[in-house]
Ligand binder design. Structure first.
Ligand SMILES: NC(=O)c1ccc[n+]([C@@H]2O[C@H](COP(=O)([O-])OP(=O)(O)OC[C@H]3O[C@@H](n4cnc5c(N)ncnc54)[C@H](O)[C@@H]3O)[C@@H](O)[C@H]2O)c1
Length: 391
């Protein structure tokens, strides 16, 4: 069996080798692929092909994918958490230093000089770029996931006092955060206390405009705000008022929009935080591994719309279902299996919201019986996707 993968954007070819030889990369020509591997391709308003079972986003953010529509269509959406975290961390550390010393303006000024006495002019004019050091300054990190936790730890090593805010921090991330990072329970403590504030949360209705008028009102004068997460986390109108009032010393972001360009005290980068050679390779490798594991074994790792599911297959057949999370569904599935006289070797049912993923290993060699069961599941209104995987 050869599976078709449609790639969008420029996915690193070495990473795609992770798919192995059961997969054919059909670039953007595939008409009914089994899986997509994408980067920032916008899938909103685009119909999913009927055969599409999985989408892997080579990157962390998935707001270019209509997740609820994908779930309802029985498509598992993956991302590659942490694969570009080191790249973004380094960009943020650079941004903290750029704000402290204003190297960009200093370099631009030096380039305006001319004449035999440039060294003299440099000495006479350099005072305006004296800047400050980051050692001993307070950094607030909002969101202590893959990126935020790395920044918090490294900023500590650079001598900063670090405050972290994340009410939903994962156990894995929490293990990795230095005990020197001060966890705060109220985001207001970050706004009120820190010289530098950086945000690393997903964009959701809850996090949209985290930096709003109220937040800026709590800040002390001269605060640097760094946003390498998503544009809409900051209310730009409130930001401009805060810059005007001297509350925000500098806003550094990876997300450009016309109103932010060529503004005093605003530094915009062209969404390059996660775009190092290493990060792109890591993301493609991880995306390839996730798709291969899911298609070949039915196991799920790093999905944003279904829980992780891992189970080694020892039985001859495995059926995976994406089903509505309705009462008695597991009992009905088990009854359908036992009515055909088939033994269940193992069953896992994990739900997330209105849908669930069910993996059933069947101790049955007779393929004709398995086919009848698959047909029954396919006919059920509560089951949106059925896959059969032979060992
Ligand atoms: N600029 C870039 O190139 C680039 C690259 C990668 C990621 N990103 C952005 O950075 C974001 C973070 O990436 P990550 O890899 O660290 O993700 P992650 O999932 O590892 O971490 C996100 C953290 O945010 C926390 N969080 C969620 N809601 C919160 C809230 N309301 N308040 C405080 N914390 C909250 C979560 O608990 C989690 O720990 C992504 O969602 C993406 O938008 C940007």
């Amino acid at each position: 069996m050869v599976y078709s993968v449609k790639t969008f954007n420029n996915i690193n070819q070495i990473g795609l080798k992770e798919l192995g030889n059961q997969f054919q990369i059909d670039g953007d020509k595939a008409d009914n692929p089994d899986a997509y591997i994408i980067r920032s391709q916008n899938l909103h308003g685009v119909d999913f092909p009927s055969n599409l079972k999985a989408i892997a986003r080579a990157g962390a953010g998935t707001n270019n994918i209509p997740i609820d529509d994908a779930t309802a269509a029985g498509i598992v959406v993956f991302n590659t958490p942490g694969a570009n975290a080191n790249a973004v961390k380094e960009a943020v550390v650079a941004s903290i230093l750029l704000s402290a010393r204003d190297y960009i303006a200093a370099n631009a000024w030096v380039n305006t000089l001319s004449g035999d006495d440039v060294p003299k002019q440099v000495e006479a004019g350099k005072k305006q770029f004296a800047g400050t050091e980051i050692r001993g300054k307070k950094l607030g990190v909002i969101g202590l996931g893959a990126i935020g936790s790395r920044i918090a730890n490294d900023a500590r090593r650079l001598g900063m006092t670090v405050f972290g805010y994340d009410p939903y921090v994962s156990i894995e991330a929490a293990w990795n955060i230095s005990h020197h990072v001060r966890r705060v329970k109220d985001i207001k403590e970050i706004f009120a206390n820190c010289d530098y504030i950086t945000i690393h949360v997903p964009l959701t209705p809850d996090t949209k405009h985290t930096f709003n008028k109220e937040a800026f009102n709590l800040m002390q004068k001269g605060t640097t705000v760094i946003n390498f997460a998503r544009a809409e986390l900051v209310d730009n109108a409130a930001l401009f008022d805060a810059i005007e009032a001297g509350v925000v010393k500098r806003y550094i972001t990876d997300f450009g929009s016309e109103e932010l360009l060529n503004k005093d005290k605003v530094t915009v980068f062209p969404h390059v935080g996660g775009s190092t050679e290493e990060a792109e390779l890591n993301c493609a490798i991880m995306a390839g591994q996730e798709i291969r594991q899911f298609i070949e074994t039915g196991e799920i790792t790093n999905s944003v719309n279904f829980p992780n599911v891992h189970q080694v297959q020892t039985a001859p057949y495995r059926i995976t279902l994406i089903n509505k999370n309705v009462p008695n569904i597991v009992a009905n599935i088990s009854t359908a299996v036992s009515n055909l006289g088939i033994n269940i070797d193992n069953i896992i049912n994990r739900s997330k919201g209105d849908y669930a993923y069910t993996l059933i290993d069947l101790d049955e060699e007779d393929k004709s019986k398995i086919d009848i069961l698959v047909a029954e599941f396919e006919a059920s209104d509560n089951i949106v996707r059925v896959r059969l995987i032979a060992k």
